[in-house]
Design a binder for this molecule. Sequence first.
Ligand SMILES: Cc1ncc(COP(=O)(O)O)c(C=O)c1O
Length: 400
Amino acid sequence: MTATIDHIDATQRFAAHNYDPLPVVLTEGSGAWVTDVEGRRFLDCLAGYSALNFGHCHPRLVARATHQLQRLTLTSRAFHNDQLGGFAEAVTRLAGKDMMLPMNSGAEAVETAIKVSRKWGYEVKGVPTGKANIITMGGNFHGRTTTIVGFSDDPVASGGYAPFTPGFRGVEFGDSDAVAAAMDDCTVAVLVEPVQGEAGVIIPPEGYLTRLRQLCSEQGVLMVADEIQSGLARTGETFACDHEAVVPDIYVLGKALGGGLYPVSAIAADREVLDVITPGSHGSTFGGNPLASAIGSEVVAMLEDGHFQERSRQIGARLGLGLSALLGRGLEGVRIRGAWAGVDIDPGLMTGRQMCLSLMARGILAKETHGATLRLAPPLVATDDEIDMLVDAVTAVVTR
Ligand SMILES: Cc1ncc(COP(=O)(O)O)c(C=O)c1O
């Protein structure tokens, strides 16, 4: 294990300790599998927090990226490049929106949605300058910028970073009456994860998104769906909002949009919303670069025939069957939406971290979230046998 120890030592000494990774050092990945520096293979059941929906190094994405890498990678937006137009068209087609605005990380896309919502509020809705408010949900996770952690209710995420940006009103996730009560004439947006991933794959009550859509339409408020983790086939549909046939005003996309190869994010909205953005009012050196655009275009092309969405539903059915059998036998809760599962472990049995270490010993990589909850998000290229392997490992760990 010298190689593992050396790599971990260097990381611990020279990289800030903003994560607490499992003690495994990965060096290769292919499909649903990764290999560590000791030559051990693991089934990757975190899939880069859903950034790797298509698995590691998907040949189609690698081919497109390699082709683009050898041609042109960055131009800045001072000039046009021949990839962005096609990417923008692809994203808007997928989202059913008029326009998109490309960024890099998820947090930047959320920031973009916040800025666009505020500007739309002042310029289109007529909210007095400086008075706009945005309704956010308890338990949210939208990224790590100062503004975003300011409306997080996780003290670990926000502690030590005050003062925060004003203009956000938190309400309980899943409670549409609370959203209605929090709205006033200055509300410009409701920001919601259709399924809360970081919080533990929390699925809102049936009809919640529909009611939010109604409220937003009635009150002239933008419904902003952060689909960074839930979108792009993870839940068995292209977007998690599709489960209620709800179309938000702004989709916020990231993670899998870069195919696990590259950070690519975007928001998509109609012209009357995105037209508030004018030259100089927002930007990013890397957003919409040719490499990102080529990869993003290929991702959208891969999603268009519905194959991955279908596979996600199949994986979900199989996972659901296997994991539900463990309810009362080590598991206290199982929430499944597509190939995405939140699993509450009996806290008397073990912590989430202990569970992850035990799974790792059985060749499965997964990550706990909030104490005794495990989040499972296998790549959508995982086979039935691989899903069975995951279920068998969870079963063995909780029933041993
Ligand atoms: C729903 C959601 N929004 C935003 C983010 C932030 O994305 P990034 O880490 O790329 O900034 C995440 C990341 O986990 C997320 O799950």
